[in-house]
Design a protein around this ligand. Sequence first.
Ligand code: G3H
Ligand code: 13P
Ligand code: ZN
Length: 317
Amino acid sequence: MIVTTKELFKHAYGKYAIGAYNINNLEQTMGLFQGNLDSKAPFIAQLSKGARSYTNKKMLEAIIRTADEIFPAAVFAVHLDHGDEETCMDCINSGFYSSVMIDASAEPFDKNIEITRRVVDAAHAKGIVVEAELGKLGGVEEHVSVKEADAKLTDPEQAKEFVTRSGCDSLACAIGTSHGAYKFMGSQGLHFEVLVEIQKRLPGFPLVMHGSSSVPQEEVARINAAGGQLGGAKGVDENQFAKAATLGVTKVNIDTDGRLVWCRVHREAFRDDPKNFDLRPPGKIFMKEYAKFIAHKNEKLGSAGQLDAVRVLAARK
Ligand code: G3H
Ligand code: 13P
Ligand code: ZN
């Protein structure tokens, strides 16, 4: 059952966070649905602009529609990740997405509000909800490139004004994370103090944490032992998700960790069976491993075990 992120956030706020997982293909989709059902969790399937054009947006959408049929117990939102205005409008008009992210965070404050407002008006007219972004993450996003040196945490005062003027339904905040496998150097970490100040000014308002992969060191070691070269990769401590949830984070975006699972499975499979050239044996291992990975993340996010309660709420609507 496809629901809006608004419905998911209402149940989660202050207690747990919903996993928002980036998917690109059939194998990830199967693992995603299986892992969320195994851990009894509601979830967000999120598609980036790059994912939509990897094969064809219609192909990816059809895969998700079919997964909804194969796994009728699933409760999830379909979300556009890091959209520009044109892509947001395309998704809003498609009738398939229940949620879009407009990322105009590279624009000046007023311009960011102006663009976000236009997307919000178009989305709300069709019952679709909108995530916006304020502040700058330290990594490289799809159409937004921000140098680590320019990374800028979200200003809590500005956050309040931004939400009021733009009308967005949730806000992605910069709290020290970045996209990809190389997030922190030395003892850097999450800026919880920023979340505390935003929550004071926007009580009950759902916040989003991007760049939340934990880049497990054992995963990196296995990849490197199988021929990879991921030196110095470092991510977010997944044991901090619970604290972030109490401070208003209701959506946690995870992509890189899933890519690491894919990389590890395929490198090990071909290293251990060099005569194999069939895509299905590693594909089968990957779907199982990806499902296990999703279930593990949901335990850390606290969304595991919430599926039945969320389904009852969604069915009442
Ligand atoms: O924030 C970016 C996500 O990890 C999506 O990555 O644009 O390479 O699909 P992508
Ligand atoms: P990671 O690169 O940490 O997985 O972040 C993904 C993300 O924020 C997608 O929007
Ligand atoms: Zn992101």
